[in-house]
Design a protein around this ligand. Structure first.
Ligand code: ADP
Ligand code: MG
Length: 285
């Protein structure tokens, strides 16, 4: 299910006093099995962009190809597209509405007319993948759950559609660090073990840096950078100028370089930093 975005622009409230250009000639390609971190400051256009990828928004100009088919064209089945490209909105738990967890997760597949045996299987699988215990949670009301558990149920509700591509809009917003790390780890597992393409939207570098194969960095409706996290972090000046941080250790090394130390410009982790400094100390000694 490769995705290709070609020259897409999007304007909210066209021809009104509130006209806002949210996307400006965006082009990108996403391959099967990638784990993408889509990052950018608030208002940079991330949410607008991902809603184009499953046909929820239609570009003002430009094209979107999913599996080689232009989904902006008349007559394309968006129902099929949405089955394959699952989109988890920001604060998805606000959209839970059934009286049990089971019914909420089963809602999508039931609408597809799938038989009850397979629905059972899907619900069990989806809840397990998001780290919940099927037996103990299936008959509970979503309202009895913690915020983090509710968010997982909502994600499971998209997973039960068996998407090939899973897009999550700020899935860790408002969670404590423990819940945040768990969800990120589960998304990584879905990617590496199930081959699901994951597009994780975030405004925080710390969230996506270690997980993503590739980052797509947005600013003011445009893509300003796309590369591996390591390459992206070399551009710390650019990143900071658009309101994004880099990991503290990367920043520390940047400062050392400014002071004339000949250290690496692309460290991501404290372990790498330690090795680099030790190497340097040995050479100097
Ligand atoms: P992000 O997800 O990166 O925070 P958005 O895609 O939500 O960015 O927003 C991009 C731009 O579009 C911002 O200027 C925002 O104010 C504007 N925008 C977003 N949603 C709407 C909307 N429904 N109506 C009008 N303007 C919007
Ligand atoms: Mg957003």
């Amino acid at each position: 299910m490769p995705i290709k975005v070609e020259d897409v622009s999007y304007i909210y409230g066209k021809n009104t006093p509130f006209e806002t250009k949210a996307l400006n000639n965006v082009s990108l390609e996403i391959d099967d099995g990638e784990f993408i971190g889509l990052i950018g400051h608030t208002g940079s256009g991330k949410s607008t962009l991902i809603q184009h990828l499953n046909g929820l928004l239609k570009p003002t100009s430009g094209k979107i190809f999913v599996d080689g088919i232009d989904i902006t064209e008349h007559g394309v089945s968006l129902k099929e597209v949405r089955k394959k490209i699952g989109l988890v909105f920001q604060y998805p738990e606000h959209q839970l509405f059934e009286e049990t967890v089971y019914k909420d997760v089963a809602f999508g597949p039931i609408n597809l007319g799938i038989n009850s045996e397979e629905i059972d299987e899907r619900v069990r699988w989806a809840l397990t993948e998001v780290g919940l215990d099927y037996e103990s949670i299936k008959d509970m009301s979503p309202f009895e759950l913690s915020g983090g558990q509710r968010r997982r149920v909502a994600i499971a509700g998209v997973l039960s559609m068996l998407p090939k591509v899973l897009i999550l809009d700020e899935p860790t917003a408002g969670l404590d660090p423990g819940g945040r790390d768990d969800i990120l780890r589960e998304m990584k597992k879905l990617n590496s073990e199930n081959g699901i393409t994951v597009i994780l939207v975030s405004h925080s570098m710390e969230d996506v840096a270690r997980l993503a194969d590739r980052l797509i960095v947005m600013n003011k409706g445009e893509i300003v950078l796309t590369d591996t996290p390591r390459e992206v972090f070399k551009e710390s000046k650019l990143l900071m100028s658009i309101g994004l941080g880099v990991p503290q250790i990367t920043l520390l090394f940047e400062k050392l370089r400014e002071k004339g130390w000949n250290v690496r410009s692309d460290v991501l982790t404290v372990e790498e930093a330690r090795d680099d400094i030790l190497k340097r100390v040995r050479i100097d000694a």
